[in-house]
Design a protein around this ligand. Structure first.
Ligand code: SF4
Length: 245
């Protein structure tokens, strides 16, 4: 008769086989859209959500609010001159998973919220595919003000703004960070490597496991890379479950 650990191993092997099949089918189909939420047959264990009540630790809530307050009138770099809103970030301060993107685009600047345009809709689907809702994760960017014409932030702009991001992540202390795109990965890892070289590995940012994947805006332009990004999200999910032992 199979013992409990044997059954767990078998279940994991079956789940893995399911993921591989899904990945293969996504590749074969060109993966025009994102996989359906992974709720069946592999639900998230209750300890990582999405069922946590939105109760905030007063200390963390206060620290995040104070940090957000510092950005509201920030003029540390030239990006302040063209912004309509500072886009600090949003989500659950108890999030186990934090997504970090590059910077706000037009829609984000208009609304003062991260990832609300087309790329944001895709990120929402990516999040749902992990069995999580947007409110279960935390979403922020390297720079908090929109670069003109959505250009990549310059090195001095990143240097000026990244301390806000670092403090934000220090307060949040997510279990896993997912860097979306080159700017986020390079800033967090202090590395000039392209995403293609940063992805596929587990990195660490100040002790927190970090995975890098493509930015959703890039995935909209290059749907052939969605299967690779899905692989990265599965790795992030595995880290949420089990850490990087
Ligand atoms: Fe300040 Fe960051 Fe905005 Fe630059 S991008 S003005 S550093 S909040």
């Amino acid at each position: 008769m199979m013992d409990r650990s044997g059954m767990m191993r078998q279940e994991m092997a079956e789940a893995l086989r399911g993921f591989r099949l899904l990945l293969t089918s996504c590749r074969m189909a060109g993966m025009r859209d994102w996989p359906a939420p992974l709720t069946q047959p592999d639900p998230l264990p209750p300890e990582i959500g999405p069922a946590e009540p939105p109760v905030l630790s007063p200390e963390r809530e206060g620290a995040l609010a104070a940090l957000a307050g510092k950005t509201v009138d920030c003029r540390h770099c030239r990006l302040h001159s063209g912004r309509l809103n500072v886009v600090f970030g949003e989500g659950s301060p108890r999030a186990k998973l934090a997504f970090v993107g590059e910077g706000p685009g037009f829609e984000e600047d208009q609304q003062g919220r991260p990832f609300v345009g087309r790329a944001g809709k895709l990120l929402d689907r990516m999040t749902k595919s992990l069995g999580l809702e947007r409110a279960d994760v935390y979403i922020c960017n390297v720079v908090k003000c929109r670069p003109p014409e959505n250009r990549t932030p310059s090195a001095d702009e990143i240097d000026a703004c990244s301390p806000f991001l670092f403090e934000q992540l220090e307060i949040l202390k997510p279990r896993v960070i997912c860097a979306l795109g080159a700017c986020a990965g390079q800033t967090l890892l202090a590395s000039p490597s392209p995403v293609s070289r940063m992805r596929g590995k587990i990195h660490r940012w100040r002790g927190i496991p970090l995975v890098c994947t493509f930015h959703p805006a890039y995935l909209l332009r290059t749907p052939s890379q969605k299967a690779a990004a899905w692989q990265d999200l599965l790795e992030a999910r595995r880290l949420l479950h089990r850490g990087d032992e």
